[in-house]
Design a protein around this ligand. Structure first.
Ligand code: NVA
Length: 315
């Protein structure tokens, strides 16, 4: 597969189906034989900007880059929000003088797009308000391990549902599902669904790739699923935006628990973490070693991101 048109990793729908499969297979290969890739980023440096807190993203990029023989530099929030102390374009141009790639976790998607527009090196979106593409890629690597270990094309047969807040994680997940051709069900309370623009985009992609996309606010319409995914009901940057008691009441019927897993006949539960136990997921289900793949997903963040870096930075 020719990845020459893969210049940045900003949002999932920028990948073609073939590119998505190439990245997933590469991630699985690197995971299986990391030593073969130990020099892939030799002599290369990656600048990592974090406007928001991070555990998995920070550590998995740092450790992944080290495994590939490269150097990672963490740039915390000491310079404030991107665009405040210096223009986003100047950030991008300055970092391009030193780094071979820029990884950025930002509040606004416009900052990611600004970095990509003005940087002369690849930019990777490490989460913004609209997308979390590295997470979605890692999740499909995990789904491939769970359901397509014999034949990667079986991945397209998986049935995946996301239950909870329509946010950056669900946007990326449903876009990636539509790119790959995976049937996807989104269950969100009416007031917490994705934007109309996002729904139109997903529906169009799903139709193009021959998969079903179902959007409902009725949890009883969960249907039969292979995997159920959830994420926090309050994303970073939205804390305090609403009355907590009201929010918990609106989301209560959407808690992912053993009862919901049984109803959907699902064999896998997924969460990007950090989890708010007893809110979007029960502790019992999160810790259920038979059903929960949350730590497999966390590990696969590193291998998925290694695949992105190798694809962007090597010939
Ligand atoms: N939706 C969450 C994901 C955290 C990894 C957030 O944006 O805070």
């Amino acid at each position: 597969m020719n990845m020459s048109e893969f210049k940045h990793f900003l949002a999932d729908d920028q990948l073609s189906k073939a590119q998505a499969f190439t990245l997933i297979e590469l991630a699985l290969n690197i995971k299986q034989s990391p030593k073969q890739y130990a020099q892939s980023l030799a002599g290369k440096s990656v600048a990592m900007i974090f406007e928001k807190p991070s555990l998995r993203t920070h550590v998995s990029f740092d450790m992944g880059i080290a495994k590939l023989g490269g150097h990672a530099l963490y740039l915390g929030q000491q310079n404030g929000k991107l665009g405040e102390r210096e223009r986003v374009s100047d950030y991008a141009k300055n970092l391009s003088c030193y780094a071979d790639a820029i990884v950025a976790r930002v509040f606004e998607n416009s900052a990611i797009e600004g970095l990509a527009e003005h940087a002369s090196v690849p930019v990777i979106n490490a989460l913004c308000d609209k997308y979390h593409p590295c997470q979605a890629l890692a999740d499909f690597v995990t789904l491939a391990e769970c359901f397509a270990s014999q034949n990667i094309t079986d991945l397209a047969k998986v049935k995946l549902a996301y239950v909870g807040d329509g946010n950056n994680v669900s946007n990326s997940l449903m876009l990636m599902a539509a790119v790959i051709g995976v049937d996807f069900t989104l269950v969100c309370p009416q007031a917490y669904g994705p934007s109309e623009e996002m729904l139109v985009k997903v529906q169009a992609l799903a139709s193009k790739n021959g998969s079903a996309f179902t959007y409902t606010s009725d949890i009883n319409d969960i249907g039969t699923q292979d995997a159920i995914y959830t994420d926090t009901w309050v994303s970073m940057g939205n804390e305090g935006a609403e009355d907590k008691a009201q929010l918990l009441a609106a989301f209560k019927p959407y808690q992912v628990n053993h009862e919901l897993m049984a109803k959907a006949k699902a064999s896998v539960v997924m969460h990007c973490q950090p989890a708010h136990l007893e809110e979007e997921i029960t502790t019992e289900l999160f810790d259920d070693e038979e059903l929960s793949v949350v730590f497999q997903e966390a590990e696969n963040r590193m291998w998925a991101q290694c695949a992105v870096l190798v694809s962007l930075l090597t010939d």
